[in-house]
Design a protein around this ligand. Structure first.
Ligand SMILES: Nc1ncnc2c1ncn2[C@@H]1O[C@H](COP(=O)(O)OP(=O)(O)OP(=O)(O)O)[C@@H](O)[C@H]1O
Ligand SMILES: [Mg+2]
Length: 229
């Protein structure tokens, strides 16, 4: 994170959005044109320069640990960027790994302030409340489904960040299957006009509740009418 990070209006909107997603334990999507500051905003929200560096290095204990642990406790967030062409197992392992390490930091802080005592019980990874996934267009449908499953089982809040258009993959139930080429083109055309008409350039847009409702309706529909698409 550059030192000269500017608290822009967009960053404030991101922060508000991420806080709401985290609190409501929902799934959120944040999309916006290249370079509007999505990545920097998310890293800043997660304090990832500090916490991410700490969990990556995972060095010997030092006196400075307490500060990072307190930060992890406040943000309770993991920031993750999948590689290009990722394998879904690798994604899940890497996210799980980050959750565990950040979870340990939070747990340590809770011990410092006396809220947790005794031996470790349960899974410290669960102390992480929000996972932010940058470059979410890289995720395969299988990876998306695994993540949604993680969300359902553990009430994990997730924010997907990407270019305009990733919202369509979710809104049309594309979480589960790859669209055919023709459908994809139609969709793509809609995305672009949607992005042009309702998103002023340079603005990231956020949604959560409607996506969640949609997923719920889709899932219910499939259970009751498994052959119905
Ligand atoms: N709040 C900010 N304060 C200072 N500089 C910023 C801020 N937001 C963005 N920038 C500048 O804009 C550049 C692009 O930001 P960022 O990488 O976050 O965009 P992005 O939306 O993630 O783009 P992409 O879609 O390509 O991933 C940064 O490298 C930085 O120089
Ligand atoms: Mg980015």
């Amino acid at each position: 994170m550059p030192r000269d990070f500017i608290i822009t209006k967009e960053h404030r909107r991101f922060k508000e959005f991420a806080t709401a997603v985290r609190k409501e334990k929902t799934i959120g999507i944040c999309h916006g044109e290249a370079g509007v500051g999505k990545t920097l905003s998310a890293r800043r929200y997660a304090h990832w320069d500090e916490v991410g560096t700490f969990v990556d290095e995972w060095g010997p204990r030092s006196a400075a640990d307490a500060k990072v642990q307190a930060t992890a406790h406040r943000s309770r967030t993991v920031f993750y960027t999948p590689e290009v062409l990722p394998r879904h197992k690798q994604i899940m392992n890497e996210i799980g790994h980050l959750q565990t390490r950040v979870g340990f930091c939070i747990d340590e802080h809770l011990r410092t302030i006396g809220k947790v005592t005794g031996v470790h019980v349960g899974n410290v990874a669960k102390l992480v409340e929000l996972v932010i996934i940058d470059e979410a267009e890289r995720l395969t449908p299988t990876a998306l489904e695994l993540l949604r499953d993680e969300h359902d089982r553990h009430e994990l809040a997730i924010i997907f960040i990407g270019m305009p258009g990733i919202d369509q993959r979710f809104r049309h139930g594309r979480l589960h299957r790859r669209p055919s080429r023709r459908r994809y083109r139609e969709n793509h055309a809609r995305q672009l006009s949607f992005a042009r008409t309702s998103l002023p350039p340079g603005q990231a847009s956020h949604e959560d509740q409607s996506t969640r409702d949609h997923h719920r309706r889709c899932r219910r529909g499939r259970r009751e009418y498994p052959r119905h698409r």
